[in-house]
Design a protein around this ligand. Sequence first.
Ligand code: DAH
Length: 346
Amino acid sequence: MKEKINEILQEVESFATDSLDKLEEYRIGYLSKKGKIPALFGDFKNVVPEDRKEMGQLLNELKNKAQSKLNLLKDEITTKKETSVDDDIDLTRPVEFRDVGTRHPLSIVRRQILDIFDRIGYTVAEGPEIENDWHNFSALNFPEEHPARDMQDTFFVSDDKTPSAEKIALRTHTSSVQARVMENNKPPIRVVAPGRVFRNEAISARAHCIFHQVEGLYIDHNVSFADLKQTLYYFAREFFGEDTKVRFRPSYFPFTEPSAEMDISCKICGGKGCKICKYSGWVEILGCGMVDPNVLESNNIDSKEYTGFAFGMGIERITMLKYQINDLRLFFENDIRFLKQFEGAF
Ligand code: DAH
């Protein structure tokens, strides 16, 4: 009996493999019910009583050693398998979840705005962010050296010595796309132009040097101020809700005459007065007006035959009002905790 135990012990100790199949053979051969070790336990009843204690101990030791060898080899083989690139992928392993990104609130609102105008026949137009003086200013009735150019602090790409008419700059508004659309199309024209604009302003909760606008332009026979008002009233109700009221205040822009700014009834307090609307019950959301005949003529559209209206709104401002966001900088910081709040929105 003792000899048999030692013989098997040696076999167990010298056994080595890196294959799971061989290891399974080992398990069956030594440890399974029909294996060599359980067979020895079967022979135990034939051992004379004086030797039983010793044999019992030896047998148990053998069994434990054989079992730990099995465990050890199994661990070694499987970890090797996991780290080696050549091996098959283990399809039974649990999935590692990755965070899926969310749509940016400005993208959500831009899409909503374009959608509303799409329903009344507006198509989308685009223009370059780096723009020349003509499209950003001159074609829009900003005379050279006119103080109206200072309404918008411009980032120039050209140096100071470049004559004004040849200057290249980052566009200060999406109104530049109006000029490009008129240049390339004949009326009727009905477009909305979303895009990024740039102004040399200090960054704060209410201002940023990069922001987004949507421009609108409609030119046809007999377009009137009443059309302008109805269109923007429709937009305000679609976007902010049925019960939204609007009002128009006279204003000034070089490219429109007359010009106006449109306010909507404050969504936060319902018009009663709060901090957001500075206790007036109204908040401004866009600039608009009838396209100045000079602008039509500069862009080869006969101002005796055609009239039009235009409007421009800031996407950040509208998003802040809609979602009650009080700091513009949040849009540019990409803080996941902020963006996550728009999860699921489209
Ligand atoms: N471009 C103007 C701005 O950035 C906004 C604007 C006002 C656009 C009136 C228009 C308009 O088309 O008619 O401040």
